[in-house]
Structures are given as structure tokens and as C-alpha cells.
Design a binder for this molecule. Structure first.
Ligand SMILES: Nc1ncnc2c1ncn2[C@@H]1O[C@H](COP(=O)(O)OP(=O)(O)O)[C@@H](O)[C@H]1O
Ligand SMILES: O=C(O)[C@@H](O)C(=O)COP(=O)(O)O
Length: 422
């Protein structure tokens, strides 16, 4: 099928998040890990390319995103979506704006919107300021993120130094007046050459209004949630058929593995809840640095994989700091990721066909080790986290890539139960 909407995501968990929310409308969505090396063939109406460019220098991120855009254009896409984190994660030399400008230039778009709001996960925007739950972004735990600490909550101030064209705002009062008002406000801003427009949204109804006003923009940018209403709108506009093929769900054996390298508050709570009743093993980065992961793989070999054992490096901030003081932050992270990469391959070879990975970087390492190139999207476990189906070394597998902050405390058990019942 000719691709209708081409999406580019700046990390793997963010890509499954977007693919999952698009799939809520019942449309077929395909997720590619990295820019495919082959020209487009057998594409879906909605294609998402997952990159790992969130913290890359601007030039490299722009280059990767332009390559993804070229592939999506070749697949037939005429509209595009640039997905970044709902907490607008970017480094001091942030690449969100430069990528948007490069994509706009390649597509021939003179204006785009920025809307990272994801109300179901507590992310909202008011007067251009991003909130995480009840806290401004810069007062939320995101202020201490190891790679992308967010020290300003104002999206216009964050974006302005990243772009060459003027930045503006459409405030909540306009959004709540409906799509026509929003469209005329955007047209007014366009007449003033405002190319980059932050749009307020505090609830799903705002996101629907925004999508209704912006569905025909060549490029939209945001978190996953503002893209969610698009498939339904395209169908209502008569642009694509309502009926889409449902994803094929392979029958998978019960053997499962849960891997966590995320140290975020929510994942730590999930690890604590799950390890209270499932076999679990904690990784020590210092031990891994000295002796590698073989002892862990030996432990795993003796486990009953139908009990879905958990292997985790997730630790409290002071424990993480202690490991980083000895190994350095980058090396500590890399050692854990490398170990989890070996472990997931061993788990697959021992028969695991249901795999859960928690953490953005962790998910990238795990998916790469499994050599997965593309995924079909299945049932949503929690807002922004779907089960995905793929093949690895010739085996059908189900894999869930969970953003560190998403899901509730019972996420791991919920995920396995959801799969059980589908
Ligand atoms: N105990 C630990 N000590 C040091 N680094 C760790 C530890 N556990 C995990 N890490 C590293 O921390 C990083 C967590 O990032 P990520 O997987 O993206 O999770 P999140 O999505 O919560 O940010 C990874 O690089 C991981 O390898
Ligand atoms: O938009 C979001 O919050 C997520 O889709 C996302 O990008 C999460 O990133 P990580 O927390 O690094 O997994």
C-alpha cells in the first residue's frame, strides 16, 4: 500500500509509542528500526522510522532524519510527522529545531507546529510552558536527566536558539475556540513569517482540535499524542479507506524475559513490584565490568522461562552515582547495555519469545542485539507502550519497548497478561 503518513522518531521507545497511538484507530502501522537499506516495498499507510538521534550532534541528526525522509517520500508519503519526547528532551545543542527546519526545507513547508503534550501521561502545555504532572518541566525529575537535563519549561525559549526562523505561540484560549480559529491564527502567524508555532494543549480534546486544524500541514511535529487523531481525520476527509488489515499475531510460546536498564522512578517501582513475585536477578555494573555477563547467562539457563524472569540494572540514584564514580557515566551505561544485549540474545536462544525491555537506551541496545529491522504493532499495554511483533534469528517474537517513565507499577505483569489474553 502507498504510504500516507511518514513518521520519523528520535528514539526506539518513542517510535513504538507513536506507532501504538496511531494504531488505536485500527490502521495498519509499520515500524522500521533505522532507515531501511532497501528501497520501499510492501509498505503500510502509516510508516514510522525509529532513529536513535535524540542526543546526536545537530549535523548527524539532520543527516539521519533527511535520509529517513527520503525513504518515506520514496514510499509515497506526502505528509510527515517528526516525533520527539513528550518532555521535549534535547541537549544544549538541541536538534529538535534543526531537524524540523531541514525537513521543512526538503518538503517545501513554510510552517510547522510543536506540540509535545501527552495528557494521558501527564504532559500538558499552557502558555507555551510544558508541565509534567503538576510540575513545570524544569522542576520535574527531568531536570536531572543524565543526558538531556531540562532546565527551562518554556518551549519557545528552548526552541528559539535552535532555529533560524521566528517562533510563535498559539495559546489555549485559541485552541479551545476550535479548529477554524486555530487555522486562522496559524494563517495570521504565517503572514508574519512565523515558521515555528508552539501550540498549547492540556487535554485530548485539544489534541483533536489541533489535528483537525493541522492535518493538511506537510510537516507536523510533537509527541505521539497529537498524531493520534490523524488516521480518523484522514478517513473522514475521504483520503484513505476506513478498513485496514489487522496485524497478524503469531502464536508464541509462553517463555518470556523482562529486562530493565531504566533507572527512572517509575521503572524502579515496576521492578520492585514485579520482583516481589517473579524470579529476578540484579546486575551490578562493577561486577559486569570485571567479569562480564556469563554468570548471569548461567543463572538464566537454570530458570523456567515460563515464569518470565526479570534481570535488571535499575538502581537508586545514589547507587547509580557510585557505579558512575568508578566507571564513568558513559562507560557504566555502556557496560550495562552491552550486558543486556548479550543476555537478551541468550534468552532468545534459550526459547524466550516474549520480551519486555524497559528504558529508551536499553530498548535500543536490546532491539539492535536481536537484529530486528521492522515490527508490526499489536495490543497497547499502557498509554504509549504497545506489544510489537517481529522476527529475530528466524523466530517470531513479541517485544515491548517501554519508555522509562511510562506505565503503572504493575506494568510488567500487565504486559504479560495482555499478551496472554490476545
Ligand atoms: N546501576 C546502574 N548504574 C549505572 N548506569 C546504569 C545502571 N543501570 C542502568 N544504567 C544505564 O542508565 C541508562 C538508562 O537509560 P535508559 O535505558 O534510556 O532508561 P530511561 O528511559 O529511564 O532513561 C542506560 O544507559 C543504562 O545502561
Ligand atoms: O514521548 C515520550 O515521552 C516517549 O515516547 C519517549 O520518547 C520516551 O523516551 P525515553 O524516556 O528515553 O524512553
Amino acid at each position: 500500500m502507498t504510504t500516507f503518513l511518514g513518521c520519523i522518531a528520535d528514539d526506539f521507545t518513542g517510535a513504538t509509542d507513536l506507532a501504538g497511538l496511531l494504531s488505536r484507530s485500527g490502521v495498519a502501522v509499520r515500524l522500521r528500526l533505522g532507515v531501511p537499506t532497501e528501497p520501499p516495498k510492501d509498505t503500510e499507510a502509516f510508516e514510522v522510522i525509529a532513529l536513535k538521534c535524540r542526543t546526536l550532534p545537530v549535523d548527524e541528526a539532520v543527516q539521519e532524519c533527511r535520509a529517513a525522509l527520503a525513504w518515506l517520500k520514496a514510499a509515497g508519503a506526502q505528509r510527515f510527522f517528526w516525533k520527539y519526547c513528550s518532555t521535549f528532551d534535547s541537549t544544549a545543542e538541541g536538534n529538535i529545531g534543526p531537524v524540523a527546519e531541514a525537513l521543512m526545507a526538503d518538503i517545501g513547508a513554510d510552517q510547522t507546529i510543536y506540540c509535545p503534550a501527552f495528557p494521558e501521561n501527564g504532559r500538558s502545555i499552557y502558555m507555551g510552558n510544558l508541565f509534567v504532572g503538576q510540575q513545570p518541566l524544569a522542576e520535574s525529575p527531568m531536570k536531572d536527566h543524565p543526558l538531556t537535563p531540562m532546565r527551562d519549561s518554556n518551549l519557545m525559549r528552548l526552541l528559539t536558539p535552535q532555529v533560524t526562523q521566528p517562533v510563535g505561540l498559539v495559546a489555549q484560549s485559541v485552541v479551545s475556540s476550535g479548529p477554524e480559529m486555530l487555522r486562522s491564527e496559524l494563517a495570521m502567524l504565517r503572514s508574519q513569517n512565523v515558521a515555528h508555532v508552539v501550540v498549547d494543549a492540556t487535554a485530548n480534546r485539544d489534541l483533536t482540535t489541533i489535528a483537525q486544524a493541522c492535518w493538511d500541514m506537510k510537516l507536523m511535529t510533537g509527541g505521539s499524542a497529537v498524531a493520534m487523531p490523524l488516521p480518523k481525520i484522514y478517513v473522514e476527509q475521504g483520503l484513505m479507506p476506513a478498513d485496514a488489515p489487522t496485524a497478524i499475531r503469531p502464536k508464541l510460546s509462553k517463555q518470556a524475559i523482562v529486562l530493565s536498564g531504566s533507572c527512572s522512578q517509575m521503572t524502579r517501582a515496576q521492578v520492585a513490584a514485579y520482583s516481589a513475585h517473579a524470579p529476578s536477578l540484579r546486575l551490578d555494573p562493577l561486577e559486569l565490568a570485571k567479569n562480564g555477563a556469563q554468570a548471569v547467562i548461567d543463572w538464566l539457563k537454570d530458570q523456567d522461562l515460563t515464569q518470565a524472569p526479570l534481570i535488571y540494572a535499575s538502581a537508586e540514584p545514589d547507587q547509580v552515582r557510585a557505579a558512575q564514580d568508578v566507571l564513568g557515566a558513559q562507560r557504566a551505561g555502556a557496560i550495562v547495555e552491552e550486558a543486556l544485549a548479550h543476555i537478551v540474545v541468550a534468552a532468545r536462544d534459550f526459547g524466550a519469545r516474549r520480551i519486555i525491555a524497559a528504558g529508551g537506551e536499553t530498548s535500543g541496545a536490546v532491539a539492535k542485539a536481536l537484529d530486528i529491522s521492522d515490527l508490526a504493532i499489536g495490543t497497547e499495554i499502557a498509554p504509549g507502550v504497545p506489544w510489537c511483533y517481529a522476527t529475530s534469528a528466524g523466530h517470531d517474537i513479541a517485544i515491548a519497548l517501554k519508555s522509562g517513565n511510562f506505565g503503572t507499577e504493575s506494568f510488567f505483569a500487565d504486559a504479560l497478561n495482555v499478551l496472554e489474553s490476545t
